[in-house]
Design a protein around this ligand. Structure first.
Ligand SMILES: C[C@@](CO)(OP(=O)(O)O)[C@H](O)COP(=O)(O)OP(=O)(O)OC[C@H]1O[C@@H](n2ccc(N)nc2=O)[C@H](O)[C@@H]1O
Ligand SMILES: Nc1ncnc2c1ncn2[C@@H]1O[C@H](COP(=O)(O)OP(=O)(O)O)[C@@H](O)[C@H]1O
Length: 302
């Protein structure tokens, strides 16, 4: 769903956050992904460009005053306690308590999931980021953005970029961010019929981990690649076939993150949709616009 939903009103010179609060949790693409090393804790050092999209899940939040957290969702296969939305809400409750807040902070949360799970498009991380931002507003905690981003990092390496809400050049494990204005593009994104585990890819012996760091944030696809792509193509023929198919339309087609989704950039929505329309039945997907800023703070104070 491409949603930019009104979640506050501008009254007497300031944004008043409404309850319920309805927000988009957008997807990301990794325009390239270089693995430049590995830290002592096993996490990999990356260089990547996160391109945020105007397409994602929709989350609806209603505050409760009894401390309870309820989640209703069309997502199957993830337990309540493992859901990154619940983990984010609990982390925020704990942070509020640790800073002396004694209110019973609770929420009813509804997730309308459209992003494929384990697709390398950051759906779970984005849900977590949107939850942190939304509940920080609804519960009036006034936690600043950098603190919210470090709280997010404890939930997943991809969470901070979604809280920052800007497409970005990223280093470290993906948390050292420099906002970027990327050339306007439309993307065809297709989802091979397989689930790729990020942990499995990162722990694989054949993963290349020694790409030389590049210096400039200036975006050029020339000379860049996704270091996970050769391994994932070998392990998952579905990803390999999807890339072979998409490259017929655009040689710059790539995998995002650790997969499984693959994407290609186009100059217009029409071109991107024309390609998607020709996708075989076993290759569902979507078309989305790349954005420099996501819609997360469109109607919220930052
Ligand atoms: C690879 C990337 C690129 O954007 O995207 P995805 O394909 O997952 O979307 C991300 O860095 C993924 O971030 P995220 O999905 O939040 O990862 P986490 O939950 O923190 O970690 C999942 C697993 O991957 C490993 N991991 C993750 C990030 C990283 N820089 N090095 C790692 O080795 C961790 O060991 C962990 O077991
Ligand atoms: N709200 C959520 N949406 C998607 N996945 C979730 C969610 N909560 C927990 N998860 C777990 O996180 C894993 C990674 O999810 P996701 O962010 O969609 O993958 P990726 O990082 O590859 O894009 C899933 O396989 C799932 O087990």
């Amino acid at each position: 769903m491409t949603a930019s939903v009104l979640s506050s009103r501008f009254i007497s010179g300031s944004w008043i956050v409404t309850d319920p609060l309805v927000l988009l949790a957008p997807a990301k693409l990794n325009l390239f992904l270089h693995i430049t090393g590995r830290r002592n804790d096993g996490y990999h050092q990356l260089q990547t460009i996160f391109q945020l999209l105007d397409y994602g899940d929709t989350l609806t939040f209603r505050a409760r005053a009894d401390g309870q957290l309820n989640l209703s969702s069309n997502l199957t296969g993830v337990n309540y306690s493992d859901n990154l939305i619940v983990r984010a809400a609990r982390a925020l409750q704990a942070a509020a308590q640790a800073s002396g807040n004694s209110r019973r902070l609770g929420a009813d949360i509804q997730l309308d999931k459209v992003l494929p799970m384990g697709g390398g498009i950051g759906g779970g991380s984005s849900d977590a980021a949107t939850t942190l931002v939304a509940l920080n507003q609804l519960w009036q905690l006034n936690i600043d953005k950098p603190s919210l981003m470090s709280l997010g990092l404890s939930l997943g390496a991809d969470v901070p970029v979604f809280i920052n809400a800007c497409s970005a050049w990223a280093e470290g494990v993906g948390e050292q961010l420099t906002a970027l204005d990327l050339p306007p593009k439309w993307f065809t994104v297709v989802q091979p019929d397989c689930h790729v585990s990020t942990a499995t890819v990162f722990s694989h012996k054949d993963l290349t981990r020694d790409t030389r760091p590049i210096k400039v944030a200036a975006f050029s696809q020339g000379g860049t690649r996704n270091d996970c792509e050769p391994l994932v193509r070998k392990l998952y023929p579905e990803v390999d076939n999807a890339l072979i198919w998409l490259k017929k339309f655009n040689d710059n087609a790539r995998m995002t993150g650790t997969g499984a989704c693959v994407f290609a950039p186009f100059n217009s929505e029409g071109e991107a949709r024309a390609v998607l329309a020709q996708a075989p039945d076993n290759l569902p997907g979507f078309v989305a616009k790349g954005v420099s800023r996501s819609a997360l703070f469109e109607h919220l104070p930052e």
